[in-house]
Every structure is written in C-alpha cells, then in structure tokens.
Design a protein around this ligand. Structure first.
Ligand SMILES: [Zn+2]
Length: 66
C-alpha cells in the first residue's frame, strides 16, 4: 500500500515542507524556519506589555489632572 505524504508550503521560507509524522517542525520545512518564526512572534509579544503600561500611566496622569 502506498503512503501519501502531503506537502505544504513552509510559512517561513516558502519552500516545500513535508506534512508527516517524521517532520516534527511542520508546517515548517526545518527546525531553522520554525525557530525564526518563534523568534519573530516572541519579539512582537514583548512589545505589547510595554505599550499597555504606557497607556495605564497616561490614564492615571489624566485623572489626576482633572
Ligand atoms: Zn522553510
């Protein structure tokens, strides 16, 4: 019996990635592409709390000014 392996497009490099149990980095084609994507996500996540803190300080400042 033939085992069909699905191929998907790697979101990171746009190359071919195998969608199978052997490819634990799916949907990425390799560990390198997965690490790059996780790194980009982490740096985005770090920016959000900083912005929220700034907004809180602004609200506090405005309520005291009234
Ligand atoms: Zn890739």
């Amino acid at each position: 019996m033939a085992i069909k392996v699905r191929k998907v497009r790697c979101p990171q490099c746009g190359g071919e990635a195998l969608w199978s149990m052997e490819n634990k980095y799916r949907p990425f084609c390799s560990e390198r592409c997965k690490q790059i994507d996780l790194g980009a996500w982490a740096s985005e996540a770090y920016r959000v709390p900083v912005q929220e803190k700034t907004l809180e300080l602004d609200d506090d400042y405005l309520s005291k000014a009234e």
